[in-house]
Write a protein that binds this ligand. Structure first.
Ligand code: ADQ
Length: 489
């Protein structure tokens, strides 16, 4: 390790890699996703670290493959080992059966099991121990997401001083929902152990401030915009809003490639050049997939002129399959797709094409490029990257983005041409889709051009830069390269 220079230490529930066991040998492959793309250059060759769970249960021997992967990646990856019970209590339990539903306004789906809470604290302590082991005083620790809200608190309890920032990828709920959480004050207090707490939108931040006022009236709050400061017991934390984004150029370039152009043509030909409506989601109850299918059913009832003129393609990636509710949702979606197709299909036409699998990036981008209308209608979403990926990939600039008003992306994209809908209002969604069919293409072009411009300007690199700038007045390029590597290398 080199001298005392400031390094970035990223901590997230999962390491940015995919782990698989091939014939008794652990194999590590790079994970996808914009966050890794944006952070890798900052970490790479600057002695940076990434700490997280590998996804395996128990003490699997991945030291050698991780060391080899770290050498190639140019930054070190350090695993946190979780036992089967910890995965059940901390990850499936507290994270995904308490915080995930509650923070997305699904309080009735919460399982406030006290053993989950204890497991959450134990796991946060375990992550903190790995941070202590591999980081040093001068490092900046950037913690990601709701799984690790207590990490800075654990570090302080251990008497280990570190500058820490936190980013919440999911929404922060208003007080009438948050106050149902049995451990509400402890969570708010532990978030204030971070020097900077970043939210996706100004609304999430003001929800947090309202909860703070209700639970800790002794906290003093001052400032506005990204300069909000909270002082409690002599410690000051800052609260900011940083809308996350995507690697715009990577999507736009891939969409312009010959390979994707060919795939796009193949998809369109296979669907007989009908208009394509597209939904792309992790299979999750927050994403509003059943309501979207109901909106398609309404559209077919109310606007018979649209029958046989479109195909609605719904791509769903399997997610959290160990949790029974996710399996129930999968069955519900399959039933609805079957029902609507059974009701309206004609020889040579089925209204809904449903694909339940993860697709290679080229195929996903080809679907984005081929789609005339994207239906991004979550019931609640921190940001929603699909909306941005669709626009970046729509290189013809003729597509229409229909977006839920409950997605974090709505505030940013509405003013630039997205059509906002209430996903619960299935008749309203049907009307907006119908209108898009009958709107002049010049309007679509104008809107998509503005949307793409706004996302290009505020891409994932801009997002990392704004957080780090706010965290400690540093830009991405301020992390000294150890081997003279450029930021975008
Ligand atoms: P997610 O809930 O996972 O993220 P989202 O932002 O839409 O939601 O990201 C989903 C990702 O999965 C996209 O990058 C998309 O390309 C990919 N994907 C979806 N379907 C796919 C398929 N069939 N095949 C391959 N890939 C597929 C959480 C929060 C969001 C927040 C992000 C980032 O819930 O609100 O935007 O983190 O902060």
């Amino acid at each position: 390790m080199e001298g005392g220079s400031k390094r970035l230490v990223v901590v997230s529930n999962r390491l940015p890699v995919a782990l698989s066991n091939e014939g008794g040998r652990w194999v590590i492959k790079p994970g996808g996703g914009g966050l890794v793309t944006a952070l890798a250059p900052v970490l790479k060759n600057r002695g940076g670290l990434w700490i997280g769970w590998s996804g395996a249960k128990g003490e699997v021997d991945i030291v050698d493959p991780l060391a080899e992967f770290s050498r190639e990646a140019g930054y070190s990856l350090h695993p946190v080992y979780l036992t089967e019970e910890e995965v059940a209590g901390y990850y499936h339990g507290f994270s995904n059966e308490v915080i995930w539903p509650l923070f997305h306004d699904f309080q009735s789906r919460c399982n406030f099991n006290p053993t989950y809470w204890r497991s959450y604290l134990d796991a946060n302590l375990k992550f903190a121990e790995v941070v202590v082991r591999f980081s040093r005083d001068s490092d900046y620790i950037w913690v990601h997401d709701y799984h690790l809200m207590h990490l800075a608190f654990m570090l302080r309890n251990m008497g280990v001083p570190r500058s820490c920032g936190f980013f919440l990828h999911i929404p922060f709920p208003p007080p009438d929902i948050f106050l149902k959480l049995p451990w509400r004050a402890k969570i708010v207090r532990s978030l204030l152990e971070y020097d900077l707490v970043g939210f996706q939108t100004g609304r999430d931040r003001s929800n947090f401030i309202s909860c703070l006022r209700a639970l800790l009236p002794e906290a003093s709050i001052s400032g506005r915009g990204n300069e909000v400061r909270v002082t409690l017991l002599g410690r000051t934390s800052r609260l900011g809003a940083f809308p996350i984004s995507i690697d715009f150029n990577a999507f736009a370039n891939m969409a312009s490639s010959g390979e994707v152009a060919q795939k796009t043509k193949d998809f369109r030909d296979a669907l007989r050049q009908r208009k394509i409506l597209l939904g792309v989601d992790r299979l999750d109850y927050t994403k509003g997939i059943p309501q979207r299918i109901e909106a398609i059913r309404q559209m077919l009832f109310k606007f018979p002129d649209l029958r046989e003129r479109f195909s609605f393609v719904q791509l769903a990636v399997p997610s959290r399959e160990e949790i029974p509710e996710y399996n129930a949702l999968k069955i519900e979606i399959e039933r609805l797709v079957g029902e609507v197709n059974g009701q309206f299909a004609q020889p040579g036409w089925v209204p809904i094409q449903y694909l339940y699998r993860s697709l290679p990036r080229e195929d996903l981008v080809a679907y984005y490029r081929a789609a005339d209308i994207a239906l991004v209608t979550p019931l609640r979403d921190g940001m929603n990257l699909v909306a941005k990926e669709y626009c970046a990939s729509n290189v013809s600039e003729t597509g229409v983005l229909i977006l839920s008003e409950f997605a974090g992306a709505a505030g940013q994209l509405q003013k630039n041409g997205a059509k906002l809908v209430n996903p619960h209002d299935v008749e309203g969604v049907a009307k907006v889709i119908h209108k898009a069919f009958h709107t002049d293409i010049a309007d679509h072009r104008r809107n998509m051009h503005r949307l793409r411009d706004s996302i290009r300007k505020a891409d994932i690199f801009w997002w990392v830069d704004s957080f780090l700038q706010n965290a400690f007045s540093r830009h991405l390029n301020d992390f000294p390269p150890l081997e003279g590597v450029n930021f975008h290398s």
